[in-house]
Structure formats: structure tokens, C-alpha cells
Design a protein around this ligand. Sequence first.
Ligand SMILES: Cc1ncc(COP(=O)(O)O)c(C=O)c1O
Length: 409
Amino acid sequence: MSHLTELQHRAASHVMHTYPLAPAAFVRGQGTVLFDGEGASWLDFLSGLAVTSLGHAHPAVTAAVADQASKLVHTSNLFLTEPAVELAERLGRIVGWDDATVFFAQCGATANEAAIKLARKHGKRQHDDKVRVVALEGSFHGRTLATLEATGQPSKHAPFAPLAGFVDHVAHDDPDALRAAVGDDTCAVLLEVVQGEGGVRPIAAEVLRAARDACDRAGALLIVDEVQTGMGRTGPWFAFQDTDVVPDVITVAKALANGLPIGACIARGEAAKVFEPGDHATTFGGNPVVCAAANAVIETIESDGVLATARARGSRLREGLEALVRGAPHAAGTRGAGLLLGLTLDAPVAADVVAACRDRHLLVNAVAPDVVRLAPPLTVTRQEVDQALATLRDALSEVSASSDPEVTP
Ligand SMILES: Cc1ncc(COP(=O)(O)O)c(C=O)c1O
């Protein structure tokens, strides 16, 4: 029995089936490459859902984790620890806000929960009903009850409805609708600069500006969810830094500790001073081992010039995808930024393309029936980019040939 088959067998009895599982299981990784239980290598252009941005087993992260784990693993937030305070300082610096304060959570959803609670408290200081949130259709903000409600994907709400009913959704591309939806009872607008799970869909500059203006008029907070876009994924440290809009709050998670579970809610100005003792808390937030990993991530990105390299690799990958659009079957367009790119298809065959890539040991995933997402580590090499593009071309040809057997790839 293979390692994969054995794991599948055991999981079937004892692990809740919440994910559509891919037929692969890995035992170790190195850079952009994963190795399965049989020793075969796979090219990882998924990065564990945009998480392992420095690649697998990055030595600086491994050393930071080992060092901190050998000294102190946990004390709770009743006590300060050096790694957490240092990380809060570093985050304030890279976000570019002198007055930034940080709340540490465990993941993207819990970072967004913190941001939503912060905005509701900020709103209630103005009047008691100022607790509503405006979010965009197609967005993804997490799976806890509040973040699920903020997520603009009704199919994900359905099994759990009714929800609390405090979020109003507007089209992702309609600045007027957004302005109209923000009223006196709105405490926040919550949005992504590039909708990741919603299909690698960049949000137009006019929509971002409308959100900022509407928040200013209504005394609401603009929260930008940088859970997927942050830490250099789209080019700058944070995607909003490539726009002319400055939010009041951002949330970060995924790549922040290169795979260890962490989330952060970062606020500036008035928003930075909203939470007081007793308002919000979590046992594991700011855990010293996880914060040490995140400090190593930021230090490495800075010392190794990772943002510049990632921009260059992003351009190469995008150019390669555009060449596929010109010459490969089904490839219809590209969208996204930096190394968060989507290949749009002319038919709902993304799952087939992903499967054909997987057969060739390239990991990518489908974020819509007609969109394949590519999110390799920011440290991906030129050769790996070219290899992935060649594999993708083969996969598109195979899918085209199997959907129309008369056509030779
Ligand atoms: C933009 C965005 N926000 C929030 C989340 C939720 O993060 P997590 O799965 O860590 O709770 C995700 C996850 O994909 C995301 O892409």
C-alpha cells in the first residue's frame, strides 16, 4: 500500500471531510519542490494556498523556530515576549504607519474577526447602531461565523443560514453601489485589493477610492484584507501600497510566518486605540515560536531582496501565461498581480487543467470553474517558472484533446 493510500484509508475513518482532497501526500519540501512518500518530486505553484512564500524548509525560518522552541514556547498574553513585541514593531515599519498597533491572531479568519470587532466598537462609540459592514460580492474573508458572513459567496452561507445579518454586499466593480451602501449605520468597509479565492480578481482603483471616500464621509473604517495579498505576494509588502488608498486597518496571515499559524490585525490612527483590556483576546495569539518565524520571514525578505526578485519572477510568469493565451488551447486571459496570478479559461475546465497539471507533478489550483491560480513561492527560480509554463501548456493541450477527441494537441 502506498503512503498516500494508507493515509487516505486512515483519514476516511477519523478526519472530518471538509476539503476536496487531492490525491497526493507529501513528507518533505525544499524551496519550490515537494517530495511525496515514494520520493517523487512535485513543483509547488500553490505554496499551501499562498503561504510558504519563502519556499519549503527555509533555513532562516527553521533556525528561528528551533532556537525559540528550545527557549520558550508559550506564556499567554498576560506576559510580554520579545518575539511578539519585535514582530509588532516590524509590521508597523513595513506597513509604513508610525502609530500602528497590532493584535495577533492565529489565521486569516481570526485576524478579520478582530478587525470586524474593532470596527464595531469604533462605530458604537459614535452611536449604538453603527455596526454594519459593507463587503464585496465574490470576496473571501474566512469561515468563522462573522467572516463567513462577510464573505461574498452565498453558496458558502447556505448550509449555515440564517447568519447574523450585519453585512451588506455590493458588486465588486460598482463604485456607485458601494458609495450608496455605506450609510450612517456602517462601521466598516471590508475588501481585498485582489480577490484571491474569488478568482484572482483585482479590484478597480475607482472602487478602492469610493470605499475610502465613503468611509471618510460616514466615520467608518476601511479594512483591507491582506491575508492572501500581503507579505510581497502581489509585489509590495502589502497590495494597498500599490494603490492610492490608505486603509485604517489591514489584516495579514498566510505567508507571515511561512507556514506556521499566525494572523495579525494592524490598525493606525484612531483605530489603533480602540481595543482596551478585556475587549478581545486569544490564548495562542502572539505565540513566541510563531512570532520568531515571522520575524525571520521579514528579515529574510529584506536581507535577500525577495520583493524585487518576486516582481521579476511575476513578470516572467505573466509573460509566459500571456504567450499561452496567444497559442495554447483554452487559455483566454491573465489577471492578478506579482506572483498571485490567474489564468482564465474559455470554458469551465479549470478542475481538468489542475488535474492534468497534477498528473505531471505540478501543483496549482482552481479558484473558479474557469480560473487556475498560480501562486509559487516568491523565491521561485526562472527555471522553475519556465518548467511550470511548459507543463501548463501540455496540460491545456491534453484537456483540449480529451474534450474534443478530433483535435490533435
Ligand atoms: C483574503 C483572505 N482572507 C481571509 C482568509 C481566511 O484565512 P484562513 O484560512 O487563514 O482563516 C483567506 C483564506 O484563503 C483569504 O484568502
